[in-house]
Design a protein around this ligand. Structure first.
Ligand code: NAP
Length: 254
């Protein structure tokens, strides 16, 4: 006998990723029924691939909303969105919530251009859609800084970041997914804007590795855009968990 299909309310693409798993946890804690789609088999996961379309129709079937956290860093961001939009058209037009990045229209990176184009696909799809841009996640910023912190002297670019915790972004996305479509939602930023030197100092304190930090001016258009704060949202300090709190938690968990 075929297994009974349970009608779930919210599908999270990328629900196995950094942000997506926090969204799933947040929604489930709020009592929502959540389905996760992933290319890999796993517990509580529906198999599906947004690049090929395999399994996506059944993943989208019967949901009221989709939080689209899946992403492709190799130039196929728009393709994943197209697959999702097509599947959604045939599946009762659920509310599509897309996660983007603050500054996709100001920082000239290929990945950012693809995200901007994808925002437009959702906006033009005619489907109920919400686009949420967020600033850089703590994990990404720590990764950038920690890589350099292994050297005897820590070179850091002369730019600032506004890192945000994925759990804070997940809180916003959970609210959006269960509300009416909002179009482009107000940007979501981390609680503090810190220079890369201050962030490197915090990583040094957390790891007990104190190195000399050397701020450097980096040439090029992309760094000029970062130096100009194109990726920051100073008016939106919505996140609550600070970078130091995030680092302390990581240390506590080994
Ligand atoms: N990192 C940041 O600082 C930052 C800041 C603001 C916004 N964002 C945005 O937040 C979103 C989530 O980022 P993240 O860092 O949480 O991503 P991540 O941890 O790298 O996770 C990527 C997810 O995408 C899924 N995926 C990739 N290709 C897929 C495909 N063909 N079909 C189905 N699923 C696919 C993966 O699932 P499986 O491998 O299980 O299939 C995985 O769960 C992205 O849109 C990103 O642009 C990131």
């Amino acid at each position: 006998m075929a297994p009974e299909v349970v009608d779930v309310r919210i599908l999270v693409t990328g629900g196995t990723g950094q942000l997506g798993s926090a969204v799933v946890a947040r929604l489930r804690a709020a009592g929502e029924e959540v389905r996760v789609v992933s290319r890999r088999a796993g517990p509580d996961v529906v198999r599906g691939d947004l690049r090929t379309g395999r399994g996506i129709d059944s993943a989208v079937a019967g949901v009221d909303a989709v939080v689209h956290c899946a992403t492709d860093y190799f130039g196929r961001e728009t393709q994943l969105a197209r697959t999702l939009i097509e599947a959604a058209r045939w599946a009762g037009t659920p509310h599509l919530v897309y996660v983007s990045i603050v500054g996709v229209d100001r920082v000239p990176l290929g990945y950012y251009r693809a995200k901007l184009e994808t925002e437009q696909l959702f906006a033009d799809s005619g489907l109920p859609a919400t686009i949420q841009r967020a600033t850089q996640f703590h994990g990404l910023v720590r990764g950038i800084i920690a890589g350099a912190a292994r050297l005897p002297v820590v070179p850091v670019p002369r730019i600032s970041f506004q890192p945000v915790d994925v759990r804070d972004v997940a809180r916003r996305l959970a609210e959006l997914a269960t509300a009416d479509p909002a179009g482009r939602a107000p940007d979501f930023g981390g609680p503090e804007i810190l220079t890369a030197a201050e962030l490197a100092e915090a990583v040094g304190e957390a790891t007990g590795r104190h190195r000399r930090i050397v701020p450097l001016k980096v040439p090029g258009e992309t760094f000029r855009a970062y130096a100009g704060g194109g990726h920051l949202a100073p008016e939106h300090r919505d996140g609550e968990i600070t970078f130091r709190e995030y680092l302390a938690e990581r240390a506590d968990h080994g």
